[in-house]
Ligand binder design. Structure first.
Ligand SMILES: *Cc1c(COP(=O)(O)O)cnc(C)c1O
Length: 394
């Protein structure tokens, strides 16, 4: 007989999923009710308000797509892009490559603005590209490149897009809940996130939000959205405010309880406090890693506090270090992708997992494992550096 599946307890310090709060898991175990039950519909309304809080927006068109972050990306592209359109896609990592795929599958042309992996999107390059492509209607970029640990300047990039009459699509999958995302203040037109990064929920839901200008474009489309499931005109029959709800698809009821609880936790902490916590733990981790002699991939000004891209020292077997962290300590960290494969580790301090205990455990474990691999390091300095930083920051 096949046995029930019991996963081990891990500490998830990779690029996502991150540790899920026990409160979220507990919420997900509550009784399943109907997706049109009035009690459930009232919970959906609360969930929309909580998402508006997280996105810092009043956008009416704010909801969780019933699928992972990638579906949030696809929702933005299939609804805003029409066949024959020209879309400027900024690429400085894995997720910009996927945006190009989305654009081309919509029957549109992607015009690429390229920056090195490890660098932010260069606003001047975007401006030059927009000048050379007056036909472009949309600009897309990633605020928080999880593949490299880089943050781009969303406010500046959106402003340039608008100057050239384009709508701006922003990937905030790793940003939301970890670093400032100001949907209204920065005038973002379409933004999507994921439940499993800094929101500390289980994977499988994609919060999205669309401005009035974006909603207007969706209403005025010349072609039907090619995806029936992600067509917001149809999804809104179920998620729309006030109006009578009608069946579109069966909502992932218990997963939505989980997201509701994750956002209640965020609201209790206060989103600014959550941003500050991510920064404080990043700074302590950074001091500890640097005391051990490790170096970051990204310049300090563009580093994401929730995703630390750390260079693998010369002569170290990077996969063996990750395996030892997992097997001996139950800690998961991420590997490098694409041109950075084998060259970096990606250490996430996201959401619930961004805490002092995890910083200390990871530094101690890394020191032990790197020492075993023959890296010359002084025992105890990493933890001492992190402790000193916490003492200074408190
Ligand atoms: C994780 C991630 C995604 C994809 O989210 P999934 O939930 O894995 O589909 C998209 N963009 C960025 C920046 C991400 O970090």
């Amino acid at each position: 007989m096949t046995q029930s599946f019991h996963p081990p307890q891990r500490i998830l310090l990779g690029p996502g999923p991150s540790d899920v709060s026990p409160r979220v898991l507990e919420a997900m175990g509550r009784p399943t009710i109907g997706h049109l039950d009035p009690v459930f519909v009232a919970m959906m309304d609360e969930l929309k308000c909580l998402l508006q809080y997280a996105f810092r927006t009043r956008n009416e068109l704010t909801l969780p797509v019933s699928a992972p972050g990638s579906a949030g990306m696809e929702t933005a592209f299939v609804n805003l892009v029409e066949p024959g359109d020209s879309v400027i896609v900024c690429q400085n990592g894995v997720f910009g490559l996927r945006m190009q795929e989305n654009v081309e599958r919509c029957g549109a042309t992607a015009v690429i603005v390229k920056d090195e992996w490890g660098q932010p999107v260069d606003p001047n390059k975007l401006e030059d590209t927009l000048k050379a492509h007056p036909e472009a209607r949309t600009v897309a970029f990633v605020q928080s490149e999880t593949s490299t640990g880089v943050e781009s300047d969303t406010r500046a990039l959106v402003e340039i897009a608008h100057k050239h009459d384009c709508l701006a699509i922003v990937d905030a999958v790793t940003a939301l809940g970890g670093t400032p995302v100001e949907t209204d203040d920065w005038k973002i037109d379409a933004i999507y996130a994921g439940s499993q990064k800094c929101l500390s929920c289980t994977p499988g839901l994609a919060p999205v939000s669309f401005s009035e200008a974006a909603a207007e474009r969706i209403r005025k489309r010349r072609h039907k959205v090619q995806s029936w499931f992600l067509d917001l005109n149809l999804v809104m029959a179920y998620w729309g405010q006030g109006a009578k709800r009608s069946y579109h698809h069966t909502a992932p009821i218990n997963a939505l309880y989980g997201l509701h609880e994750a956002l209640v936790i965020l609201e209790e902490e206060g989103i600014e406090h959550a941003w500050a916590r991510h920064r404080r733990n990043h700074t302590a981790l950074r001091d500890g890693l640097e005391a051990m002699g490790l170096r970051f991939l990204v310049e300090p000004a563009h580093r994401l506090p929730q995703l630390n891209a750390v260079r693998v020292p010369e002569g170290v077997d990077e996969a063996a270090v990750r395996a030892a962290l997992l097997n001996d300590y139950g800690i998961e960290i991420g590997a490098g992708l694409g041109p950075l494969a084998g060259k970096i580790w990606r250490i996430g301090l996201m959401g619930h997992a961004s805490n002092q205990r995890n910083v200390y455990i990871l530094l101690s474990a890394l020191e032990h494992i790197l020492g075993r691999q023959g890296v010359a390091l002084e025992r105890g300095v990493a933890l001492a550096a992190a402790q000193k930083r916490y003492a200074q920051d408190s």
